[in-house]
Design a protein around this ligand. Structure first.
Ligand code: SR1
Ligand code: MG
Length: 399
């Protein structure tokens, strides 16, 4: 098989037998297609004992959640494989392992993480993984530091920036985060009941200027090799462990974008808590989400600063005092990008289950409005929110 064709379950099993790297590949007998994401085919491959052993992921030539009318580059499979491999090299404990990449079939074979669960599903079920925020902070600090100018030789950095150009996937983000919500667009998706909040957002010219600034930063700040789509659905967790998957949006961009996506998704869960849970559980979940955000940011800054101190190589960037200035700017970006994630997940094409699965309609609409309101406030108040603690206080004051 050399020409690209989308796999059937049988073909996925045959492929896994050849490329799994398992000692007993003949044991692989059955595939289940589990891709519930927006873009790809994902097969779990089971052995004779009905244990899932390996994952086969294949890029489709279009956006799966929309259909063939929206074609999409298959090269994203290369970008995903290479981003994961690059991140794994520096942070194997928190990055899924790529076992094989096939540039003709646009297939990635990777380790099975069935003993974990998707963080978003856990959060919606009211589960708390106390170590997850710290581990995510460690992952982000490590992979972003080792792909930044603090560490890389300037020639190598520029080579990597070129290798990880990802124009089509970036364009999706550019449109969905920074354009669609702020205008009428057929891709937008929100209930008529929240129309007033949507119009108020679109009438806010200060907000549009601030979003333009964030889009400009996204376009032209190749600070580090980002994951590019690090929401709670791209993260597997289990007690004591966190693994990041799904890096097809990987490119060199502003560090605050990854941090903002991660924090934005914890805040989306915060905004949905009252619709998802009974009152005492909602209070507890909200406190946990804010605690997670504080831990994520403090771990990120501490770890990043230590890495600069001990492994930084650029003389000018590593001068005393610069890293804290750098991190202050990253924090401002983080808040802004978190705000855009809250807004686009509430009224744009791609929603999150933290809000959409709320069964009570009034609660669901109230949660969407909270997310839009909080998103706007974060984007407009980056100057007064100085760190994780002050973000928590700000969010608590909002609701
Ligand atoms: C058309 S893709 C929509 C969204 O799904 C992905 O997971 C990204 O978050 C993207 O924005
Ligand atoms: Mg994804």
């Amino acid at each position: 098989m050399s020409q690209y064709q989308t796999f059937t379950a049988e073909q996925a099993v045959a492929y896994a037998k050849e490329h799994s790297g398992l000692v007993d590949p003949s044991e692989l007998v059955r595939a289940e297609e589990i891709g519930d994401g927006n873009l790809n085919l994902v097969f779990k491959i089971y052995d004779t004992q009905n244990v899932s052993r390996i994952i086969v992921k294949q890029a489709l030539p279009y956006v799966r959640c929309v259909g063939e009318s929206w074609p999409l580059t298959l090269d994203r499979a290369r970008l995903e494989a290479q981003t994961l491999i690059e991140h794994y090299q520096h942070c194997p404990e928190h990055t899924v392992k790529v076992i094989h990449y096939d540039p003709e079939q646009y297939v990635i074979v990777m380790e099975d993480l069935s003993d974990h669960q998707i963080w978003r599903s856990g959060l919606i079920a009211g589960l708390h993984y106390p170590q997850a925020a710290q581990q995510l902070g460690e992952y982000l600090a490590t992979v972003l530091f080792y792909s930044s100018d603090f560490y890389l030789h300037p020639h190598r950095k520029k080579e990597l920036v070129a290798q990880f150009m990802n124009p089509q996937m970036c364009e999706i983000t550019e449109d969905l985060f920074f354009n669609d919500p702020y205008m009428e667009h057929e891709r937008n998706n929100y209930p008529a009941a929240i129309e007033k909040a949507v119009h108020a957002l679109r009438d806010n010219s200060d907000l549009k200027v601030a979003v333009a600034e964030l889009k400009q930063r996204f376009f032209s700040s190749p600070q580090a090799l980002l994951h590019g789509d690090i929401h709670s659905g791209s993260i597997f967790v289990k007690s004591g462990s966190l693994k990041v998957i799904d890096a097809e949006f990987g490119f060199f961009g502003p560090m605050g974008f990854d941090l903002g996506c991660a924090i934005g998704n914890l805040l989306l869960n915060y905004c949905g808590a009252e619709g998802l849970f009974d009152k005492p559980t909602a209070q507890q979940a909200k406190a946990q989400r804010l605690g997670d955000i504080e831990t994520l940011w403090s771990t990120f800054t501490e770890r990043f600063s230590v890495l600069v101190k001990h492994h930084g190589s650029d003389q000018a960037l590593c001068v005393d005092g610069y890293v804290s200035l750098f991190l202050r700017n990253i924090w401002r970006d983080t808040l802004g990008f978190a705000g855009t994630e809250l807004i686009r997940r509430s009224m744009g094409l791609s929603h999150v289950a933290d809000l959409d699965t709320i069964s009570d309609e009034a609660q669901r609409h109230a949660s969407l409005c909270r997310a839009i309101h909080l998103g706007r406030e974060l984007i407009l108040h980056t100057d007064v929110i100085t760190d994780g603690d002050s973000l928590s206080a700000f969010v608590r004051r909002a609701f």
